[in-house]
Write a new protein. Structure first.
Length: 229
């Protein structure tokens, strides 16, 4: 069955989900820009974006707290659709077909593919660890309450975890640009039915079933809301 270009689009993300996503994304970028100067002197000039070294050091942990809160909300919103299923494991096994755009060989995909789910779970591990290690090295907050050795280990762990999170984010951004329409979905919130059927066929079928049930219910009632005889 072909889909007409005039078919109404499907809502993929609500306004709140998109706002939440972009708040997390923007705050994460700000965290990277404000954190890199303290990772290596090469990035020291980035402190100018935040009003100098002192202001950068002050702002960085507060941005981290804000992002952690926003991410916690997002994690709850995306939890159910990020659970791995059998077809996701098969999708990962066929990663070569994914990279080669051999979509016809891939197993059915739900609302999120296995790659998107991996990003979710990696960040679900990284963000809490970044928060914990960040608090441990937040000098103005913890002072000398934490032993210097533990603080040094926390600082080292913070850097390595941040590196993993940054790499994951880069891959996530690249994938969103690579799969045409994905980026627009997070901006506009809606996708065409043709796009949904091509990239997320299981989710497309679920949405079509919802539409069919809605039409059946509508046909059973007259304009006043009473069931037709």
């Amino acid at each position: 069955m072909s889909l007409a270009k005039t078919d109404p689009p499907l809502q993929r993300y609500s306004v709140w989900m998109r706002l939440n996503h972009w708040l997390v994304a923007i705050s994460f970028v700000l965290l990277v820009l404000s954190g890199l100067p303290f990772f290596h002197p090469f990035f020291w000039s980035l402190t100018g974006l935040f009003g100098g070294p002192t202001m950068t050091r002050i702002l960085h942990p507060w941005i981290g707290l804000f992002m952690s809160l926003m991410f916690a909300i997002m994690a709850v919103s995306f939890f159910k659709e990020s659970l791995f299923k059998r077809h996701d494991l098969q999708w990962l096994k066929q990663i070569n077909d994914v990279l080669a755009n051999r979509d016809e060989k891939l197993p059915p995909v739900g609302k999120n593919n296995a790659g998107q789910k991996l990003v979710y779970w990696i960040m679900l591990v990284c963000i809490p660890l970044l928060l914990i290690t960040g608090v441990m090295i937040w000098q103005s907050l913890v002072g000398e309450a934490i032993p210097i050795t533990l603080r040094r280990l926390a600082s080292l762990g913070h850097a390595y975890i941040a590196f993993l999170a940054i790499i994951t984010l880069i891959i996530h951004i690249y994938s969103g640009i690579w799969v045409k329409g994905s980026f627009q979905a997070m901006v506009r919130g809606r996708v065409s039915k043709a796009w949904a059927r091509h990239h997320h066929d299981l989710w497309y079928e679920e949405e079509m079933e919802k539409e069919r049930k809605h039409r059946e219910i509508s046909r059973r009632h007259d304009p006043t809301g009473k069931e037709s005889t």
